[in-house]
Ligand binder design. Sequence first.
Ligand code: ATP
Length: 320
Amino acid sequence: MKVALFGGRFDPPHFGHLILARDLYESGHFDTVRFLVNYDPPHKKAEASFPHRVRMLEILTKNEEGLEVDAFEGERAISPSYTYRVLKAYRKAHQNCDLYFVVGEDQLAQIRTWKNYQELPSLTRFVLLKRGTLRVPREIMEFFRPMVLTVRKLDVSASEIRRRLKEGRSVRGLTSDEVIQYIQTHSLYKEEPLSIYADASAKGNPGELTVAFVVKRGDRIIYEFSRVAGYGTNNEGEYLALLEALTWAKRENLSNFTVYMDSRLVVNQLRGTYRVRSSRIAPLYMEALSLLKELGVTVAYIPRRLNVADPLTRLKLPTL
Ligand code: ATP
């Protein structure tokens, strides 16, 4: 039996992997294409555990003729999973199979960095996936003598999927809906926490107000906003900045975040530990409170030097 071994982390598996495996099978050169899931890859570690990656591949490939998921590396706990070790053990365990190890051009071009790469051609035949003009050095081609197959490549990668999930963005269309459901059920590739920093400055009290907010996902700034907001007191400015931030978050369908502000007074008022006395503040307070409730989020105090929205309130903005 001719077996194509398609190795990878599959962290998570996606339609690029699936279409490639299907193309390999349909090429007619192999009786089966096996996804060989890396257990402990030496060059780049996987984020999701081995059993999760195996399960996601099973879900992605269920009912696909000619495609199989192989948990060999994990069953044998081959660690680190150097290819020469895996192939040696695999060959021993599957003596009745003709093995074909599938590699991309990038992998073959730098195969001299793989441990004991000289042993590899004696362990299996190689299948080189060609996607345009070949860029593998001649001496490597001569040493490995791979079967060359021209294949397509979808514009999708597992790292893009992980990044999008951490940013809370959709990955529909990149992998199957059932894999996405699995990722959500098991809280894989978790979103990084979202924080919004709101602040205002007044030129005089009352004076001309500038309001600003900054949105961060983990350490990355994903959105910044500032505008001149008319004439008012410091506190009115703080509330206007908060309202601006909450209205934006509502429009963007965001929840599950914390708003950081450097006004203890406003934070205490919104937490109900300090009364609102000013009739000018009361309607702003009521509006902010109802938006906080609707979005299910809270405000927290941070010192001014840590409030990343503070510098934005000092920018020279054109007056309206
Ligand atoms: P990452 O983005 O985490 O580096 P990846 O999606 O590129 O991951 P792996 O799971 O490590 O992929 O890849 C397994 C194999 O799948 C590799 O040989 C790689 O060349 C191939 N592959 C990855 N993405 C695609 C794609 N979009 N189309 C075809 N083949 C792909």
